[in-house]
Design a protein around this ligand. Structure first.
Ligand SMILES: C[S@@+](CC[C@H](N)C(=O)[O-])C[C@H]1O[C@@H](n2cnc3c(N)ncnc32)[C@H](O)[C@@H]1O
Length: 425
C-alpha cells in the first residue's frame, strides 16, 4: 500500500495535559440532585488533552468528529455582537478566533498525523472517525487515514455541498468540503433508519403510477431512502438563528446526521477541534455524552453558551494548566460599590454596577463557594446577536454557606471574580 512520507514524519507523544477543573455548569434545575457529571469542555491543546484522556478513555468513543484547520493559510477572527454583516467589515467587533497559517505542508502534516493516530486509539470497536477537510489537504489526509485505519476501513468519502458568494473568477467556485469517514472495525454503529430521507416526489409518482417501474422492485416508499454520500446543507449564514459569530461554524443539521447515524443515545462522542461547539450542542440534544476541546478561549465560551440552551445535564469545564485564565478564582471580598448583595422577598439579589458591566460576555454565581472550583448555578449571558446583559440575578432559597462567589467574564477573555458575604437576617 502506498504511504506518505515527509521529512519529520513521526508520532510525537507530548506529556499528558495537566487538567484542572475550572467549573461545573448547571444549565437547568440548579438545585436538584444531579447524576454523575460526564460531559466535558476542555480548554487545551488537543494532542496533550488526548494523551491525558487515553488513561481512562482508550477504546471508549463511539464517534469522533474532527474539523481541524484546513491548511488554508488564513487566520479566522471571531465576530461578536452586532454589526457582523459581511458587506460591512469595518463595523465588525472582532475577538479571538483561530489561526490556520503554516510554514509548509510538512508543518501542517506534523500537526495532523499524531492527532489522527491518537484519535484512532480513543475510538471504541464500534467507533467511527469523521475527518472534515477540503481540497487544501484532503488528499494527504486520506492516505494517512488509509495507513492508520487500513484502506478497507474507509466507509465513505462524504461530500458536503453548499453555496455562497465568492470572488473567484479564474476557476470554478469551490463550494464543497470532503468528510473522510473511517471505522475502527467492521462492527461499527450505523443507525440507517434514523437518517433516512423521503424519496423525491417524482420517484414516488413513478412507482405509484406503474407496477413495472424499477423492473418490478418497488422501494419501501414510506420508509424513505438511505442518503447519498453527497449532502446539501446551507452554510451557517448571518441571518441563521444558530449563528454564533465563531468562524467556520458548521451547521447543526450536518452534525445531527453524523451523530444520529454513528452513535447511540448514551454513546461517548468527541470533538477535539470543537470550535463553536456544534458537536457538543447537538450531542447534548440527542442524549449523547460528549468531550470536546479547543485552544481558543472564545471557542470554549461560545460552546458553554450554546450548551446553556441545549444541555439536559450539568457539564464540567476543565483547562490545561498552562491555559488557566487569570483571576478566575475569587480570593477577595467584592467592592460593594461595584457589586451589591441584598435580600429581597425570600431571594438574594445580586446587582452589578454600570462600571463593571461594560464589555461583559457573561457573569455567573456560585452560591456556596467551595474554595476550589466554580459551581455555576446561576448565570446571565450576552446573546450572540444582541448587545446587553442583565445586571441583576436572583438566587432563591436559604443559603447555608458564609460566602457566595461571583465571576465576571469579559468579551476579550479577561476575568474577575469576587466573594460576597452572605447577609444574615
Ligand atoms: C474549523 S474550526 C472548528 C469549527 C467547529 N466544527 C464548529 O462547528 O464551530 C477548528 C478549531 O480547532 C481549534 N484548534 C486548532 N488547533 C487546535 C489544537 N491543536 N488543539 C485544540 N484545538 C485546536 C481552533 O481553535 C478552532 O476553533
Amino acid at each position: 500500500m502506498p504511504h506518505l512520507f515527509w521529512q519529520k514524519k513521526g508520532v510525537i507523544s507530548p506529556p499528558p495535559a495537566e487538567l484542572e477543573l475550572d467549573s461545573i455548569v448547571y444549565p437547568n434545575s440548579p438545585t436538584e440532585p444531579q447524576p454523575m457529571i460526564e460531559d466535558q469542555l476542555i480548554l487545551g491543546e488537543n494532542l496533550a488533552v488526548m494523551q491525558a484522556l487515553l488513561q481512562n478513555y482508550e477504546n471508549q468513543f463511539d464517534l469522533i468528529y474532527a474539523d481541524p484547520p484546513f491548511f488554508s493559510n488564513r487566520n479566522y477572527p471571531a465576530r461578536i455582537g452586532r454589526g457582523e454583516d459581511s458587506r460591512q467589515p469595518e463595523k465588525w467587533q472582532l475577538s479571538e478566533g483561530y489561526p490556520d497559517a503554516w510554514k509548509s505542508l510538512d508543518d501542517y502534516l506534523d500537526m495532523l498525523y499524531p492527532r489522527l493516530v491518537t484519535m484512532y486509539r480513543l475510538l471504541s470497536p464500534y467507533g467511527t472517525l469523521y475527518l472534515h477537510l477540503d481540497w487544501h489537504a484532503d488528499a494527504y489526509a486520506r492516505i494517512l487515514l488509509d495507513e492508520i485505519f487500513g484502506n478497507e476501513r474507509l466507509l465513505n468519502e462524504v461530500i458536503w455541498i453548499y453555496h455562497g458568494p465568492s470572488p473567484i473568477r479564474r476557476a470554478f467556485n469551490r463550494k464543497h468540503d470532503t468528510i473522510l469517514v473511517y471505522t475502527k472495525t467492521d462492527q461499527y454503529i450505523f443507525n440507517v433508519d434514523d437518517v433516512r430521507l423521503p424519496y423525491a416526489e417524482n420517484t414516488v409518482y413513478t412507482f405509484q403510477s406503474s407496477p413495472k417501474a424499477g423492473f418490478g422492485k418497488t422501494p419501501n416508499l414510506a420508509r424513505g431512502k438511505v442518503p447519498e454520500d453527497w449532502w446539501y446543507f446551507p452554510v451557517v449564514a448571518r441571518l441563521h438563528r444558530e449563528r454564533t459569530g465563531y468562524p467556520t461554524q458548521k451547521p447543526a443539521a450536518l452534525l445531527e446526521r453524523i451523530i444520529k447515524v454513528s452513535s447511540n443515545p448514551g454513546s461517548l462522542v468527541a470533538d477535539f477541534f470543537g470550535g463553536s461547539g456544534t458537536t457538543a450542542s447537538v450531542a447534548a440534544k440527542l442524549q449523547r455524552r460528549f468531550i470536546t476541546s479547543d485552544t481558543s478561549w472564545r471557542a470554549i465560551h461560545t460552546t458553554r453558551l450554546r450548551l446553556l440552551n441545549t444541555a439536559q445535564h450539568p457539564f464540567k469545564i476543565y483547562h490545561q494548566k498552562r491555559y488557566a485564565p487569570a483571576h478566575s478564582i475569587p480570593t477577595a471580598l467584592a467592592n460593594t460599590a461595584q457589586i451589591n448583595l441584598s435580600r429581597s422577598e425570600g431571594n438574594f439579589r445580586v446587582q452589578l454596577q454600570e462600571d463593571i458591566i461594560n464589555g461583559l460576555d457573561y457573569w455567573e454565581i456560585d452560591p456556596d463557594w467551595n474554595r476550589e472550583f466554580f459551581r455555576s448555578r446561576f448565570s446571565a449571558s450576552r446573546s450572540f446577536r444582541k448587545e446587553g446583559i442583565s445586571d441583576v440575578m436572583l438566587v432563591p432559597g436559604e443559603l447555608t454557606g458564609e460566602v457566595m462567589a461571583v465571576r465576571l467574564v469579559y468579551k476579550d477573555g479577561s476575568q474577575n471574580s469576587f466573594l460576597l458575604q452572605i447577609p444574615r437576617e
